[in-house]
Design a protein around this ligand. Structure first.
Ligand code: HAM
Length: 415
C-alpha cells in the first residue's frame, strides 16, 4: 500500500519549512510591535458556530465544511478562524479586558474546495482580529499592519481594494434594490445565486459564474451598485477610513462590487490582491464584523480583522537563502562532541556533529554537504595539546585556536 497525502493537502518539507519560519518570525515581530497578542484556538469547533457565525448563505458553510459526528455532537474542522476567535473572546470574558483587545493567530484551515494553484483543502492562515473599537481608526490600523507585513516580506505588485457594504440599518434597502434589479431574470442565474437571492443578495455581486456576470451586465444592477445606498454614519465611517489611509500613505482603490464571501461583515470590507498570482489572486481578505460577537451570544462589541493565506504569500516571496549551520564538529570522541556541541549551542552558535562517528574525511564531507560555515576539528593531536582546528568551509583556510572563546569569536565574526 502506498500512502499519499489526501488530495488538496501538502507536506511542508525541510527544504521549505525555513521559509515558513521566516514568514512566521516576521509576522510575530510586526504583531508584537503593534501590541497584538497571540491566540491559539482548537482546530475543530461545534458545527453550529460556523453555520451561525460564517453564515448559512456562504459557499463555506454550504459546500466546503469538513464535518463529522462524534458521540452525537456535530463538529467541524475550522474553515476560517474569525468565528473561533470570537467564540474564545466570549467564552473567556475577554470583553472585560481593557479595550481594544488585539489578537493574532496562525494555523491550518480546512475547506473542501476543488484544488488548484493557490487553492488547497488544508491551507494556512495568518490573521489579526481587533475588538472593541467602532472608529475607522481600527480598520486603518489592521489594514496598515497587513500592508506593513506584506511589504517587510518583500511582496511587490499588490493592490488594496476597499468597500463599505453598509450596516444592518441601511443594507436592507440595498438588498431589496439588488433583488428588484435581478428579479425578472432570476431563473437564468445559477443555483447558488438563487440561494444568495433569498439569504444574502449582496453575495450575488461577486458570483464567479460567467453566465451570472453576463446577466448582471444586462440588468439594472450597475446603477444599483453605483447608487449611494449607505447611510450617513456609514458614509462618515468610510470617509474617515480613507483619510487615515491617505495619512498612512497607503494606496487603495474603491471597488463597489467587493462584498467578500462571508456573511458576518458590515461597513468596511477589503482585499489585497497580487498581479503575480493566477486565478486565486487574493492574498489577504478582511473587514469589519460589528454584529458577530452579539450574534454568537456575547455583548455588543465592534470588531475588525483580516487573514492572509500563507501558501499564497510564500509563493510570492523573493528568493530566500536558508541560514547556514554555523559549525560542524569533526571528531571521533563522541562524548567530547556532545559536551562541546552543548557549549556552542548555549552561546547561540548552531552546531552539529556525526552521531555515527564515521571517519574524519566522511565527517568533513558531511560538514560540507550540510552547508556548515565552519568545521571544528578535534583529533587526538588537538585533544592532547588542548587546541581546536577551525576550518573555514568556504575558503578551506585552517587555523589552530587555543581556546573555546577564540573559536566563538572567529565563528561569530562575518565570513
Ligand atoms: P477569506 O477571504 O475566506 O477570509 O480567507 C483569507 C485568505 O485565506 C484569502 O485571501 C486567501 O489568501 C486564503 N485562502 C482562502 N481559502 C484558501 C484555500 N482554499 N487555499 C489557499 N488559501 C486560501 C477569511 O477567512 C476571514 N476569516 C478573514 C477575516 C478575519 N475577516 C475578518 N477577520
Amino acid at each position: 500500500m502506498n500512502y499519499k497525502t489526501p488530495k488538496g493537502t501538502k507536506d511542508i518539507l525541510p527544504s521549505d519549512s525555513y521559509i515558513w519560519q521566516y514568514v512566521e518570525d516576521k509576522a510575530k515581530t510586526v504583531f508584537n510591535n503593534a501590541n497584538y497578542k497571540e491566540i491559539r484556538t482548537p482546530i475543530f469547533e461545534t458545527t453550529e458556530l460556523f453555520t451561525r457565525g460564517v453564515g448559512d448563505s456562504t459557499d463555506i458553510v454550504n459546500k466546503e465544511m469538513y464535518t463529522f459526528v462524534q458521540k452525537e455532537r456535530s463538529l467541524t474542522l475550522r474553515p476560517e478562524n474569525t468565528a473561533g476567535v470570537v467564540r474564545a473572546f466570549i467564552e473567556n470574558g475577554m470583553h472585560r479586558y481593557p479595550s481594544p483587545v488585539k489578537l493574532w493567530y496562525k494555523g491550518p484551515m480546512f475547506r473542501y474546495e476543488r484544488p488548484q494553484a493557490g487553492r488547497q483543502r488544508q491551507f494556512h492562515q495568518l490573521g489579526v482580529e481587533l475588538f472593541g473599537i467602532e472608529n475607522a481608526s481600527a480598520d486603518a490600523e489592521v489594514i496598515q499592519i497587513a500592508m506593513k507585513l506584506l511589504d517587510e516580506l518583500g511582496l511587490k505588485n499588490l493592490s488594496l481594494e476597499i468597500n463599505n457594504i453598509g450596516c444592518p440599518k441601511c443594507r436592507n434597502a440595498y438588498k431589496e434594490s439588488i433583488k428588484e434589479a435581478v428579479s425578472s431574470r432570476l431563473l437564468e442565474f445559477c443555483t447558488d445565486c438563487h440561494l444568495r437571492f433569498e439569504k444574502n443578495p449582496l453575495r450575488m455581486l461577486d458570483c464567479k459564474n460567467d453566465k451570472c456576470k453576463e446577466l448582471f451586465a444586462s440588468t439594472e444592477i450597475e446603477s444599483v451598485i453605483n447608487s449611494e445606498f449607505i447611510c450617513e454614519d456609514c458614509v462618515k465611517h468610510f470617509s474617515e477610513l480613507q483619510e487615515y489611509l491617505k495619512v498612512l500613505n497607503i494606496d487603495y482603490k474603491i471597488n463597489k462590487r467587493l462584498v467578500r464571501g462571508l456573511d458576518y461583515y458590515n461597513r468596511t470590507v477589503f482585499e489585497i490582491t497580487s498581479t503575480n498570482l493566477g486565478a486565486q489572486n487574493a492574498v489577504c481578505g478582511g473587514g469589519r464584523y460589528d454584529p458577530l460577537v452579539e450574534m454568537l451570544g456575547g455583548p455588543h462589541t465592534p470588531a475588525v480583522g483580516w487573514a492572509f493565506g500563507m501558501e499564497r504569500v510564500i509563493s510570492l516571496l523573493p528568493a530566500l537563502e536558508e541560514k547556514p549551520l554555523d559549525l560542524f564538529l569533526v571528531t571521533n570522541n563522541t562524548k567530547k562532541a556532545f559536551e562541546l556541541a552543548e557549549k556552542f549551542r548555549k552561546q547561540g552558535i548552531s552546531c552539529d556533529f556525526d552521531l555515527a562517528n564515521r571517519k574524519f574525511q566522511k565527517q568533513i564531507e558531511k560538514a560540507s554537504k550540510c552547508g556548515a560555515k565552519f568545521a571544528v576539528i578535534l583529533g587526538e593531536d588537538e585533544i592532547s595539546s588542548g587546541v581546536m582546528t577551525l576550518k573555514n568551509m568556504q575558503t578551506g583556510d585552517q587555523q589552530k585556536l587555543p581556546s573555546f572563546e577564540d573559536v566563538i569569536k572567529a565563528v561569530s565574526s562575518p565570513v
